[in-house]
Design a binder for this molecule. Structure first.
Ligand code: SF4
Length: 354
């Protein structure tokens, strides 16, 4: 263990096996290692943005077992917004100060290809300065398959329609066996990585998620991070890594044991240490709870996502994020936890230090 700690303190890259061993460290000791890295890069700054999540449809051709968002027997309320509705939400959010719309949908085979791209074009026309973060690699794979397009064609259409960056969703866990058990039929791990690589090669940026706390083990998490680290070495296009804590309600995945706060914080800290080439580690409060996200600031996380305004995906599975958070409350919470709230744009340029 001493050698691994020495490596971490010397900013040397650690292996998957060394990352795994770090889980054996006492939580506070591990947290301190991650916190030192965070402090060197960002001091006491904690980043967030003023954003609006839009989830335009929950009708999905896929059947991921962990999902509580898509319309199924357990959640029988299918919807698909009209273009007008989507654009009005974006316009209103922009007027209220949002700098970004984060648009993620289920894989709806009935709305047509243009519904997606027209919504982006109309938002850009109505609010040219509003950053559009839209279409996960899973959605891009779905659109390519459904409409017989190549990934390149979908990515080019995104850029033509005004999409600025890609969210990190759909990564789940890259291990193929676990993936088969939780989201068989969705974009494969190799395809997910290829789509992000192609996006980065267009000079664009994206994020990367990892869904953890279900049937994966610690090795699967490290191996997941390793695939991201390898791609990042090639493209340098990931802004943030976002470990998403599995939400347990209203889905079809049977999970015996749920994560402890100790395990969540250790995973954040190890992500900070292991992912030496991804600038930001985000504690996405919608899945970790705001309280744990605030503590995570001392375990390597430098970003708390944003005010969100409205959220349908995680809240369907039990998260307390349906109505987002007020800006003043968000800023106060960060300040009261001893950190400096810094509003950023979607690409991590600093906009305002509170
Ligand atoms: S996670 Fe996404 S792709 Fe999977 S069932 Fe839910 S909405 Fe569909």
């Amino acid at each position: 263990m001493k050698d691994i700690i020495k490596k971490v303190k010397n900013n040397e890259r650690i292996s998957i096996e060394e990352g795994l061993k770090l889980y054996d460290l006492n939580l506070l000791e591990l947290g301190e290692l991650a916190d030192n890295i965070r402090k060197k890069r960002y001091g006491k700054k904690s980043y967030f943005n003023i954003n609006r999540h839009i989830n335009p449809t929950n009708i999905c051709k896929d059947t991921c077992k962990f999902c509580a968002y898509s319309a199924t027997r357990k959640n029988p309320n299918p919807y698909a917004m009209s273009l007008e509705e989507i654009v009005n939400i974006a316009k209103k959010a922009h007027l209220n100060g949002a700098k970004e719309v984060h648009i993620v949908s289920a894989h709806n085979p009935d709305v047509g290809l243009n519904w997606y791209f027209d919504s982006f074009k109309l938002i850009k026309k109505a609010a040219p300065n509003l950053h559009i973060k839209a279409l996960t690699a899973a959605e891009i794979h779905f659109l390519a398959t459904q409409y017989n397009l190549s990934y390149d064609e979908v990515l080019d259409k995104m850029i033509e329609s005004g999409v600025d960056s890609m969210p990190g969703g759909g990564a789940e866990i890259f291990d193929e066996k676990i993936r088969d058990r939780i989201c068989k039929g969705k974009v494969s791990s190799a395809q997910w990585l290829l789509i992000h690589q192609k996006w980065h090669q267009r000079g664009r940026q994206s994020n990367a998620t990892m869904l953890f706390g279900h049937i994966e083990n610690r090795y699967h998490r490290l191996e997941h991070m390793n695939r991201l680290r390898e791609l990042q070495d090639k493209t340098n296009g990931f802004n943030a890594f976002i470990p998403l804590v599995y939400q347990r309600e209203n889905n079809y995945l049977k999970v015996e044991k749920f994560l402890t706060a100790n395990e969540i914080l250790k995973t954040y800290a190890i992500a900070r240490i292991f992912l030496d080439n991804i600038p930001h580690i985000k504690a996405y409060w919608a899945t970790s709870t705001i309280n744990l996200a605030l503590i995570a600031q001392e375990f390597g996380c430098d970003d708390l996502d944003g005010t969100i305004e409205k959220e349908s995906i995680q809240s369907a599975a039990g998260a307390n994020s349906a109505n987002g958070m007020k800006l003043e409350d968000f800023v106060d919470l960060i300040k009261n936890s001893g950190f400096i709230p810094v509003e950023r744009d979607s690409l991590y340029n600093e906009l305002k230090v509170y």
